[in-house]
Design a protein around this ligand. Structure first.
Ligand code: PHE
Length: 346
């Protein structure tokens, strides 16, 4: 028996992982219930007691060696398994479908990119605002219709009859961020503020109660309407192409004087007239104007020393023009078939 144990120990020690030995086959052959090592242990029960000490020692050695060989074979075969089945760099890749950016984010990033080239920084403000930042500091008369409950979502209103600067509401435009920036930063100021705004409107293809705007503000000494016009012309060329024309029509906003609305030439019909531009050749894209002296003063900026311009545009409107989308609701429905159509690197 001593001789058989010796032979088996030699046999096991000669087995190497390189010889392609399978760990499971090894276990079955030597260590399983009917394996060669186990059979020797069975025989051990019947040998005379005086031999037990020596043979028992040898058997234990054999068993230890067989078990550690098994562990070695097992760990090596696991490694090769993970290399061949999981990390095989030559295998064809899974078709991973990448997510897409939302068209509103794409257009917002594009606007930010264009204005940052002109040195505009980005500023943000809260969506839940007070009447002071959304209306009062922006020169809205106390009874101005924009404060009406029909347009504004009030969260808490101090008095049912009159609005108070402390009323809490959802901002109806990003112009509230202008106020916050002017109150906290001494001029020169050159900033844009992208953000979400809320108006109490019935949801339809052309209107929604949530939408996005980008506000622009430039305050310095000697800022003129010509600066505003040049800035917006640059923006229109970058956004819609070099052949785009702009026109600015007189308009009214309480916080700018003079105020204007800017149109760009219709990029679909190139100004000839089509149903997108309602046969006018022009598409309105933003409101703008010179910051009203009352607004500067309410934010503690001297209106004799400084002038500035501001503008505000709806991101949905620009995205609709850019991608020829005719229903605003599509932006908010998160239909994957719609969203999958947009690709962007910014
Ligand atoms: N806040 C205006 C709006 O929501 C847009 C605007 C911004 C107009 C800045 C002039 C200057 O319609």
């Amino acid at each position: 028996m001593i001789e058989r144990i010796k032979l088996l120990r030699e046999e096991i020690s000669s087995i190497t992982p390189e010889s392609g030995e399978d760990a499971e086959k090894f276990r079955i052959k030597y260590l399983s219930r009917k394996g060669l090592v186990s059979l020797l242990f069975d025989e051990f029960r019947n040998i005379p007691p005086e031999e037990k000490k020596e043979i028992g020692k040898l058997l234990n050695l054999l068993k230890e060696e067989a078990q550690s060989k098994y562990q070695l074979l097992k760990s090596i075969s696991e490694k090769t398994l993970s290399v061949t089945k999981e990390n095989d760099l030559t295998r064809t890749s899974f078709p991973i479908s990448l997510g897409t950016r939302h068209p509103i984010s794409i257009v917002r990033n594009e606007i930010i990119e264009i204005f940052s080239r002109l040195g505009f920084t980005i500023s943000e403000g809260p969506e839940i605002e007070d009447d002071d930042h959304v209306f009062t500091s922006l020169n809205f008369a106390p009874e101005h219709p924009a404060r009406d409950m029909q347009d504004t979502f009030y969260i808490s209103r101090l008095s049912q009859e009159d609005s108070s600067p402390d009323d809490i509401l959802l901002r109806t435009h990003t112009s509230s961020v202008q106020v916050r920036v002017m109150q906290s930063t001494p001029p020169p100021i050159r900033t844009i503020s992208p953000g979400r705004v809320f108006r109490n409107e019935a949801i339809s293809a052309r209107a929604h109660c949530i939408f996005h705007q980008v506000e622009g503000l430039y305050i310095d000494k000697n800022v003129s309407f010509a600066d505003l016009k040049q800035t917006l012309l640059y923006f229109a060329h970058e956004m819609f192409g070099r052949d785009t024309k702009i026109r600015i029509r007189p308009s009214y906003f309480p916080f700018t004087e003079p105020s204007g609305e800017m149109d760009v030439s219709c990029r679909i019909c190139k100004g000839k007239g089509c149903n997108v531009c309602k046969y006018t050749g022009w598409l309105e894209i933003l409101g703008c104007g010179m910051v009203h002296p009352n607004v500067l003063e309410s934010c503690n900026i001297s209106s004799t020393e400084f002038t500035g311009f501001a503008f505000g545009m709806g991101i949905e409107r620009l995205a609709m023009l850019k991608y020829q989308i005719n229903d605003l609701r599509l932006f908010f429905e998160n239909d994957k078939r719609f969203l999958d159509q947009f690709r962007s690197y910014i």
